[in-house]
Ligand binder design. Structure first.
Ligand SMILES: CCCCCCCCCCCCCCCCCCC/C=C/C(=O)SCCNC(=O)CCNC(=O)[C@H](O)C(C)(C)COP(=O)(O)OP(=O)(O)OC[C@H]1O[C@@H](n2cnc3c(N)ncnc32)[C@H](O)[C@@H]1OP(=O)(O)O
Ligand code: FAD
Length: 560
């Protein structure tokens, strides 16, 4: 994040100076935004950067305990430098949050520079790999940096201390977060596909209960319940991959536009990265835990690979923007778009469907049979109607409040759901678009088509209340969708293992005895147990200290 921050907010001169140092690891940087007292509310940060015209320097200071930087990854032990976000004060005026490059540690012996106090914030959730990340705490006591270490692409402070705003939107200050959020969406699919690969392969090996006539036991993958829990997660892994690819395209496109001072798609990039980050990480964290349960007791063993994957993955719901806070950002943009519909302003990009407001507010879904749900046009329209109607309902309810902000606050739980509906529409749409493309490989398109339908109909089934409450579907149509979903699971079943093998993960990367490619699960589990340090001794040390005296005492008592 240190590098993208300099790339996005630094001038050409600053990029030329700092980026080569970072690329060659001559310095190590971190992104120091969050503080002990404020993370989500970036405008509430308290660290100050006061310009001193006498020395042409900024004085970086932590005025309160709550202004201590808290969480930056790489800060605790490794970083020599940080991009520090602080309130810029010049000529006695507070100009709000800006980024500054600050050296923290000596390049000679790594000791903290004068006025800098820093360290690691301590152990984190689980015993997993995230504990190898040195998330840190940092305080400044009037630390001076040269004026040219303020990141000056968006605004500058002159030698005399004048604040000059350039003509680029101030939201570009948040550009690093947009970049990282889009990469987190791509990573959601990677983490989810790992968990699903383990659960599908193991479910094909694991057998429980015989057939009624005493025949062989059943692979748990053949249980309808196992399929109805697992196959939507398999479909989600593919869905998130495709929407992640599209988001990467969108991000690249926005970046190119920004270079020629076209800021028209900035809001779209913010809404899509924030919303997709929130929906895909929450779904992935839940799915990893579901995969653990799908693997029964063995899923709880570290050697299944799932506990560590969960512990490492779950902070994704919080870092780079708490998921609720991000969905409320999407909701704000939805409300703005709805309010502009009456003025005739045509929504664009992923909001374009809202332009069909007249039609979508009263359209009736034409599905009559379960098979009708295989028609992507029906799926698309049902999701559009649900999302639009939820957004319009929220806007109408907010409109009845005494003021907009109060209304937004009161309706925020509904707004969250409207934002989720909008984002799920994007995921479904991008999946449908993907399967309409030319897809190489015999039969591959057909499999992806099945997964696309599973993702859409499962999402519909899970959120049926929304579809019914908005009148987008009838209860009968909801039931038909569920009927079709069951048929789709049966079609996915023969290819389930191939569909996870297609992720092409090595056993080493998966790190799971349950998810082994060769399916040799039981010998591997048995072998793995003997690697436990507890098995290095046959009689544990604690026996002599605690168990033996206890056992002896009980024995004596029983003989009395
Ligand atoms: C063996 C096991 C191994 C397992 C392996 C597992 C494999 C998988 C692992 C996954 C790895 C993942 C890899 C990724 C690594 C990630 C590392 C994470 C490091 C974390 C870093 C951080 O967390 S950095 C800190 C991030 N902080 C935040 O995100 C703060 C959240 N808050 C905000 O973003 C904002 O302040 C806000 C959005 C909440 C805005 O608040 P407010 O309402 O006060 O707004 P403002 O007044 O400031 O501005 C409003 C105005 O601006 C527009 N806007 C807001 N944000 C943006 C933006 N980003 N871009 C563009 N525009 C933006 C907003 O719409 C408003 O516009 P108006 O037009 O004015 O309405
Ligand atoms: C593993 C990890 C790595 C991190 N790495 C970095 C890093 O490198 N650099 C960095 O600067 N930061 C980093 N962070 C900090 C991270 O970005 C913040 O923790 C995150 O943005 C959430 O902010 P918060 O902690 O202030 O949560 P809070 O905002 O305090 O959230 C607490 C609760 O309040 C709710 N809430 C907050 N505001 C609202 C609202 N307006 N409406 C409704 N509900 C609300 C939230 O939903 C949540 O339930 C990291 C965090 C973690 C966990």
């Amino acid at each position: 994040m240190f590098v993208p921050a300099i790339k996005g907010q630094g001038t050409e001169e600053q990029q030329k100076k700092w980026l080569p140092l970072a690329y060659k690891f001559q310095i190590i940087g971190c992104y120091a935004q969050t503080e002990l007292g404020h993370g989500s509310n970036v405008q509430g940060l308290e660290t100050t950067a006061t310009f001193d015209p006498m020395t042409d320097e900024f004085v970086i200071h932590s005025p309160t305990l709550t202004s201590s930087k808290w969480w930056p990854g790489g800060l605790g032990k490794a970083s020599t430098h940080a991009v520090v976000y602080a309130r810029l004060i010049t000529e006695g005026k507070d100009y709000g949050i800006h980024g500054f490059i600050v050296q923290l540690r000596s390049l000679e012996d790594h000791s903290p520079l004068p006025g800098v106090t820093l360290g690691d914030i301590g152990g984190k959730f689980g015993s997993g790999a995230y504990n190898s990340m040195d998330n840190g705490v940092l305080r400044f006591d009037h630390v001076r940096i040269p004026r040219d270490q303020m990141l000056m692409r968006l605004s500058q402070v002159t030698r005399e201390g004048k604040y000059v705003q350039s003509d680029v939107p101030k939201q570009l200050l948040y550009g690093t977060m947009v970049y990282v959020r889009q990469s987190i969406v791509a990573d959601a699919s990677k983490a989810l596909s790992r968990a699903v690969c383990i659960a599908v392969r193991y479910s094909a090996i694991r057998k429980q209960f015989g057939s009624q006539d005493g025949g062989p036991e059943t692979q748990v993958l053949n249980y309808r319940t196992q399929q109805s829990r697992l196959f939507p997660l398999l479909a989600s892994a593919y869905a998130f991959r495709f929407v992640g690819d599209w988001l990467n395209w969108l991000y690249t496109d926005v970046t190119q536009k920004l270079e020629v001072k076209d800021y028209s798609t900035l809001q779209e990039a913010h809404a899509c990265t924030a919303g997709l980050k929130a929906v895909t990480t929450s779904a992935t964290a839940d799915a990893i835990e579901e995969c653990r349960k799908l693997c029964g007791g063995h899923g709880y063993l570290n050697s299944s690979g799932l506990p560590e994957l969960f512990a490492v993955y779950v902070p994704a719901c919080t870092y780079e923007g708490d998921n609720v806070v991000l969905l409320l950002q999407v909701a704000r943009i939805l409300m703005k778009t709805v309010s502009q519909l009456t003025s005739g302003k045509q929504p664009v990009g992923t909001m374009a469907y809202m332009g069909k407001v007249q039609h979508l507010m009263q359209s009736k879904c034409a599905v009559k049979t379960a098979e009708d749900w295989l028609n992507p046009a029906f799926i698309q329209e049902a999701f559009e109607a649900r999302a639009l109607r939820m957004a319009v309902n929220c806007a109408q309810n907010i409109g009845q409040a005494s003021n907009q902000e109060e209304g937004f606050y009161e309706r925020s739980p509904d707004l969250l759901e409207a934002a989720v509906a909008h984002i799920q529409l994007i995921i479904v749409t991008k999946f449908i678009e993907k399967v309409h493309q030319d897809i190489p490989g015999h039969g591959v398109k057909e499999q992806l088509q099945n997964l696309c339908n599973v993702y859409a109909l499962y999402t519909l089934h899970k959120h049926l209340g929304d579809f019914l409450a908005t009148g987008s579907l009838t209860p009968k149509q909801g039931a038909l969708a569920n009927e079709q979903l069951g048929k789709l699971y049966a079609q996915v079943r023969p290819n389930a293992v191939a569909l996870v093998d297609a992720f092409n993960y090595t056993d080493h990367y998966l790190g799971s005895v349950l998810g082994r490619y060769d399916g040799n699960v039981y010998p591997a589990l048995y072998e793995e147990a003997w690697k436990d340090p507890l098995n290095e001794t046959v009689v544990p040390e604690g026996y002599h200290e605690y168990l033996r005296p206890l056992l002896k005492q009980q024995l004596k008592l029983s003989r009395l």
